[in-house]
Design a protein around this ligand. Structure first.
Ligand SMILES: *Cc1c(COP(=O)(O)O)cnc(C)c1O
Length: 391
């Protein structure tokens, strides 16, 4: 179905996540003057008049169905490949084997490029184009680069992607096929980020780096809008989220506040559980140390690229979402993730990426620790399809 005309945005302004100082939303922006991520704020009372949970008729079957609570895509309309509105599947067989029969899986592998990075890129590239960007640049562990390349092509913009040289073959192929300029870097995601930051000003690129760009998190927050819509106004008791840069964690936590103000949910919140790889767990380490910020993880050893984010720019926001929600943080070994991909496939027929598998693999330990109860409704985010990881 072609995207129907969208309702107007109720975007008010951007706001520094540290100082709460407002910033203009009508120019291309990266971090705030204080060096912190900018977050979008909306006129929610106005949005609530048309964005009603019980009345979704005439809305596109994509995340743009929440247009009032997304930034304005510009006169040309959103840059969309119909991302979002992925299924929320009950997984009773896998749930029973793991000890939580009420297990739900939000299957983000069904997005256009096969990962939930598409959500952020649709919104960020729409806004970048609307504000006059010509060329986009992104440091990425893999999936964000493939998405950025595709959405840039869809928008008619240039894309410059910087990816570790050992990235998944599927991600390298996606970038090349979408006509992006791909630079393979002998290093990690933070090394790629440094190169982009050095080159972008002179080259005239607009940076789409995680949390340096204010609207990818807006795309990711629609995960929570969809779950609430799919549960008819209910919420899961617990969310298990495979965390790298933390856009989904922060985005959903922001979304639950918005949804309460929109009248879609009451004050109860899910507990947000951050799952990382043992070989790169800066947020788990900071959570356990009761720290407000996370140190860069030196020499990450995980081979699971989506979880190999040594430096977490939005560390404060991630840690406060985990703590305020009453959640926790836990690390899983790569070998457990690989084994769980096969177990979830054989038990339930699911196509699970290693990052999503990390969340399933964490469940027995969370039960043993008392961080999870067997009768709770647990939502796991399978952030990509297994087809992106064939090597
Ligand atoms: C990027 C990515 C993650 C981590 O997402 P963040 O929002 O950066 O925390 C998890 N899984 C997959 C498959 C990814 O591509």
């Amino acid at each position: 179905m072609l995207t129907p005309a969208l309702p107007d945005t109720c975007l008010k302004h951007l706001e520094c996540s540290q100082t709460a100082k407002p910033a203009d939303a009508d120019t291309l922006q990266n971090l705030s003057p204080a060096g912190a991520p900018l977050l979008a704020r909306y006129y929610e009372q106005q949005a609530a008049k048309t964005l009603r949970r019980s009345d979704r008729a005439g809305r596109p079957h994509s995340l743009w169905r929440y247009a009032e609570m997304l930034p304005p895509p510009g006169d040309a309309g959103p840059v969309t490949l119909d991302e979002g509105m992925t299924p929320l599947l009950a997984a009773p067989r896998l749930g029973a084997r793991l000890g939580v029969p009420g297990l739900l899986v939000k299957d983000e592998g069904r997005n256009p490029l096969g990962s939930f990075k598409d959500r952020g890129m649709s919104v960020a590239v729409s806004m970048a184009r609307a504000l006059g960007a010509r060329a986009l640049a992104i440091p990425t562990a893999g999936n964000a680069g493939g998405s950025a390349a595709a959405y840039a092509a869809r928008a008619g913009l240039e894309a410059h992607v910087f990816m570790p040289a050992d990235a998944e073959a599927a991600n390298i192929a996606e970038c090349r096929r979408a006509g992006a300029t791909l630079t393979l870097v002998d290093g990690y995601l933070n090394d790629c980020a440094r190169l982009v930051a050095e080159r972008a000003p002179e080259a005239g690129w607009f940076e789409l780096s995680t949390f340096k760009e204010p609207y990818r998190v807006e795309g990711k927050k629609t995960l929570a809008y969809e779950i609430v819509e799919q549960l008819d106004g209910g919420i899961p008791d617990v969310i298990l989220y495979p965390t790298g840069g933390g856009t989904g964690l922060v985005g959903m936590w922001k979304a639950f506040d918005e949804l309460e103000r929109l009248g879609w949910i009451a004050e109860a919140r899910p507990r947000m559980i951050c799952v990382q790889a043992e070989g790169c767990a800066p947020l788990v380490r900071a959570f356990e140390a009761h720290a407000a910020t996370a140190e860069t993880w030196e020499n990450p050893t995980t081979k699971v690229h989506g979880l190999r984010a040594p430096r977490v720019l939005a560390d404060r926001l991630c840690l406060s979402a985990i703590r305020e929600s009453g959640g926790t943080a836990i690390a899983v070994a790569d070998s457990e993730m690989r084994a769980m991909q096969d177990f979830a496939g054989a038990t339930e027929g699911l196509s699970i990426c290693p990052e999503g598998a990390a969340c399933f693999a964490a469940i027995p330990e969370l039960l043993a620790r008392g961080d999870l109860d067997a009768d709770e409704r647990v939502a796991v985010f399978n952030t990509a399809t297994a087809l992106k990881y064939l090597t």
